[in-house]
Write a protein that binds this ligand. Structure first.
Ligand code: FSO
Ligand code: SF4
Length: 521
């Protein structure tokens, strides 16, 4: 077994052999372990010192590199490890170049199963949180307390070996991630404005176009600026969809709509597309030869043989490719997976709380019986149609809040409205779980009750490590009765699972009918 960090891990236990289920080669996974060991070395070297901005950058980029579906390229992983070692040496004042403070990550994987489980929860949570801190950082926002925690927690992974020492750190990872998501929310809304409810079409207009995927809003803004006036339209893909709701992004007339559905359908949907595709973050899948000439990467995303747009952010090769390929000669209509031709996004905390009085009134009058947060990641494994069916079968007096890429299971459904609110409200990307938390806290204040006493149930789907840090944040907030699927993480040991069930009543999803019946009494 060389990796078990995501939901699609082989046999629900761990990826083995020459490559993981995601396509990451085994030797790249081992190099990512070496990178993790170097990051622990950097954390050790930072003890009692003030890490520089470049050390922070190496810490965040190094962790982000190891997130599922980000980096498949041994060469760039080695380069990143070199950068981390250089920062470690600067901090340690040592120039021997041997990486002497490094940790052998085998110590983690070979540990007692409960210790391994808790360390995995911390490490994978840190990987997810680093992605959020990285997105904030590129917009010029950082938080010393958040950055310091990466060093503190990684050093502890290399040092502590008892459940008593590690368990509080698991919950602290969730606490710091809340602060980190708040930071990213401030970065996104401070730079691009407060998201507004916005319809997004699935139609692609004739002529040259570019598809941009991932979570990095700054990359989208730079691409919009550089492609303006060139006769090239821009379409979002995957987790970039909520970008349409930000005033400073939606103002560009050539930001047209959204192409494709959730990340796991990309190999089918990109086949034969007469346009380039730019990946700013995960989820990138192994690139098929039929479209490999038109996929570009940037930031920490890397895949052998693809053109990478570097720190100069010169997207000219992507724009030139769009003009060369020319797009379709006629407008093309696409639909979501349920046949709908468009979706809505932009129901972040700004929009929902602006109508807080109406929401509270609708609950008090009984017009809204319950909220379901049906959110999280999508994925390739069977069993995820649970989420579509759950939403389809939810009663007419309930509201579905959603976020992250799991929404593609149902975001083209028209379930009508309650009191002027659409029954499905997309709050944004996975990091916009922060919005859901803000809304839940505001409702609990309005109703003078705890969050667990609200008419709100969380029905979550997980896939990769950002979902891990969000789950830890929900646990830190004491949120109970979460339904989690499609399967439970392989890295959660039976004892750790018992702890989660006992303290938080977390439960695996069942069938939509049975779960709805249980929740609605
Ligand atoms: Fe999805 Fe991929 Fe946003 Fe993840 S596109 S699975 S949790 O990267 O980060 O929701
Ligand atoms: Fe396997 Fe997931 Fe690791 Fe990829 S990221 S190697 S699929 S466990």
């Amino acid at each position: 077994m060389f990796c078990f960090q995501c939901e699609q891990t082989a046999g629900g236990k761990g990826c083995m052999g020459r490559a993981g289920v995601c396509g990451k080669p085994a030797d790249t996974a081992l190099l990512q372990d070496e990178l993790t060991g170097a990051l622990i070395g950097l954390a050790r070297a930072a003890n009692g010192k003030s890490p520089s901005e470049s050390a922070d950058r190496a810490m965040l980029a190094g962790l982000f590199t190891t997130v599922t579906n980000v980096n498949f390229d041994s060469g760039t992983v080695k380069e990143m490890t070199g950068k981390v070692r250089a920062e470690e040496q600067k901090l340690a004042g040592c120039s021997c170049g041997c990486g002497c403070g490094e940790y052998d990550v085998r110590g983690l994987w070979d540990a007692d199963e409960d210790v391994r489980s808790l360390k995995s929860l911390i490490l994978f949570g840190l990987r997810g949180m680093a992605a959020y801190a990285y997105h904030a950082m590129v917009l010029g926002y950082s938080d010393r307390e958040v950055n310091d925690f990466f060093y503190e927690a990684l050093a502890a992974i290399g040092r502590e070996n008892t459940m008593e020492a590690l368990l509080p750190l698991v919950l602290k990872t969730g606490e710091v991630n809340l602060r980190c998501m708040e930071l990213l929310d401030r970065a996104n809304t401070g730079t691009f404005g407060t998201p507004e409810p916005t319809p997004v079409s699935f139609k692609v207009e004739k002529g040259p176009f570019i598809v941009i995927s991932g979570h990095d809003l700054r990359d989208l803004k730079l691409l919009l600026d550089q492609s303006a006036g060139k006769g090239v339209n821009i379409y979002t893909h995957g987790e970039m969809l909520p970008a349409h709701a930000y005033p400073e992004l939606k103002k560009y007339p050539h930001l047209k709509g959204n192409f494709g559905t959730a990340w796991q359908n990309q190999q089918r949907e990109f086949d034969g597309v007469p346009a380039p595709i730019l990946f700013t973050t995960n989820c990138l899948m192994p690139v098929k030869p039929s479209y490999a000439d038109r996929v570009f990467t940037t930031e920490v995303v890397s895949y052998p043989g693809l053109v990478h747009i570097g720190e100069d952010k010169d997207f000219a090769p992507v724009i030139a490719k769009a003009i060369e390929l020319g797009g379709w000669s006629e407008d093309k209509s696409f639909t979501g997976i349920n046949g709908g031709g468009h979706t809505m996004t932009g129901f972040g905390h700004g929009a929902v709380l602006a109508a807080a009085d109406k929401v509270v009134e609708a609950v008090k009058s009984g017009a809204i019986r319950r909220f379901f947060l049906v959110g999280g990641c999508d994925g390739a494994k069977p069993g995820r149609n649970y989420y579509t069916e759950f939403v389809e079968k939810s009663p007419e007096d309930t509201i579905i809040l959603t976020l992250a890429c799991g929404k593609y299971r149902f975001n083209d459904l028209d379930l009508g409205t309650i009191g002027g609110f659409p029954r499905i409200m997309d709050m944004g990307q996975c990091n916009d779980a922060y919005s859901a938390i803000r809304v839940a806290v505001a409702l609990s204040e309005a109703f003078k009750c705890g969050v667990n006493d609200l008419p709100l149930t969380l029905v979550l789907s997980w896939y990769e490590q950002k979902a891990v840090c969000i789950l830890l944040t929900l646990l830190h907030l004491g949120i109970k009765n979460i339904l989690l699927g499609p399967t439970l993480p392989a890295f959660v040991s039976p004892n750790v699972l018992n702890f989660l069930v006992e303290h938080y009543n977390i439960a695996p999803i069942g069938t939509p009918e049975a779960d709805l019946k249980k929740i609605l009494g």
